[in-house]
Design a protein around this ligand. Structure first.
Ligand SMILES: *Cc1c(COP(=O)(O)O)cnc(C)c1O
Length: 377
């Protein structure tokens, strides 16, 4: 066990992970205040966060509402399923990775009826099949759910096309944009999204502690009496925030202060476009460098987003992911294990307060580790 973390002023490891991520010093410094949850200053921070999130989604105020929810991202997803599907509702879940699978598990747990269309993790969903499934279950499917960037592989799903199909079928549309929101340009209304979920510790570069839902107000208002959970009740959470500006139950005050700072830093970087440009550069530098070293990506480049990249384990007798991981970790470079079900992969995230120079540093570290492991690819 390294004890570096106990040395005051020591530099943290760089997290090339899908979250929690490397955050800026100023975001971490924003945590260093104790504010009461009913403090007028804290209430104005919540209001500012909610307004800024609606703007980030490209939405008009009044048409959409941003609702922070305590817990990790999964809690916010569960808040939508448990609060916004009517008792006799049925969800069409479109799956091409582990986070889509999690939606299935959630509906099973909540005893919500669903149909699942499952696709291989290296392919996009089939819009024609989605359309015919919606036709087949016309009047029965009340909701369509999909993940935007499937963090399992880094694939970006065509949420706008599928949103149009959901709308045409009269279904509400739910998008898990956890690992894309804030870094992949999006117009929530143009994509026909009724509920979008993301969390504090992904592309907005805050620290973990809450997720948030951006909901079409008209859809949210029809959910009265549907909630299957008290703490995750989305409509009640919104009513509380609208009523006295406060959370119903203890909010992660420090985390919200840090998130507000992270939003200001996102705006200073040029908003979603600015952040997208930095992440894209990180991705390009990473993939070019990795290919030069002999690694291959799991996805075809045309399907690959710039958020996170899955690399195949090299076919080499000296390869060991554990050894590779540990040696990089000893250099303060943290990569991520794979999650693909039918191929051995590891993942490298391009998101967080990471610059191109950090990616170059990672590539140097990988080159050194390969030499140590006698891994000529
Ligand atoms: C990170 C992530 C989640 C939620 O993860 P938590 O660990 O609950 O914060 C959900 N969906 C996607 C696509 C993600 O990337």
């Amino acid at each position: 066990m390294s004890t570096k973390g106990n040395v005051p002023g020591w530099k943290d490891k760089i997290l090339f992970t899908p979250g929690p991520l490397t955050t800026s010093r100023t975001v971490k410094q924003a945590l260093l205040r104790d504010l009461g949850s009913r403090d007028f200053e804290f209430i104005s921070v919540i209001r500012s966060i909610r307004e800024r999130l609606v703007a980030l989604a490209g939405a008009k105020p009044g048409e959409y509402e941003a609702i922070p929810m305590q817990g990790s991202g999964t809690f916010a997803i569960e808040s939508v399923f448990s609060s916004c599907v009517p008792p006799d509702g049925k969800v069409l879940i479109i799956v091409n990775g582990a986070y889509g699978q999690r939606m299935i598990k959630m509906c099973k747990t909540l005893k919500i009826e669903f149909e699942a269309l499952e696709y291989p993790e290296d392919s996009l969903p089939d819009a024609k099949e989605i359309e015919s499934t919606l036709k087949h279950f016309v009047g029965l499917i009340t909701h369509v759910a999909i993940v935007h960037c499937e963090t399992t592989t880094g694939i970006i799903n065509p949420i706008q096309t599928i949103g149009a199909l959901a709308k045409a079928a009269g279904a509400r549309y739910f998008v898990d944009a956890m690992s894309s929101f804030g870094a992949v340009p999006l117009n929530i209304a143009a994509a026909h999204i009724d509920y979008l979920v993301s969390s504090a510790n992904k592309c907005i570069e805050g620290v973990p502690g809450f997720g948030f839902i951006i909901a079409r107000k008209e859809a949210l208002l029809e959910t009265e009496g549907w909630a299957r959970s008290l703490s995750l009740n989305l409509l009640d959470q919104w009513k509380g925030l609208e009523g006295n500006g406060q959370f119903r139950f203890t909010p992660p005050t420090h985390v919200l202060l840090a998130f507000h700072q992270a939003l200001l830093e996102l705006e200073a970087e040029g908003g979603v476009e600015g952040r997208a440009a930095r992440y894209y550069k990180n991705y390009q530098t990473l993939v070019e460098g990795m290919r030069e070293l002999g690694f291959k990506e799991y996805l075809k480049p045309e399907l690959q987003g710039y958020i996170i990249t899955s690399f195949l384990y090299p076919d080499h007798p000296k390869w060991s992911f554990d050894e590779f991981y540990k040696r990089l970790n000893a250099r303060d470079l943290v990569i991520y294990p794979g999650k693909v079900s039918n191929a051995d992969c590891f993942r490298i995230g391009n998101i967080g307060r990471i610059l191109e120079a950090d990616v170059k540093g990672l590539l140097c570290g990988i080159r050194e580790v390969m030499r140590e492991m006698d891994l000529a690819l």
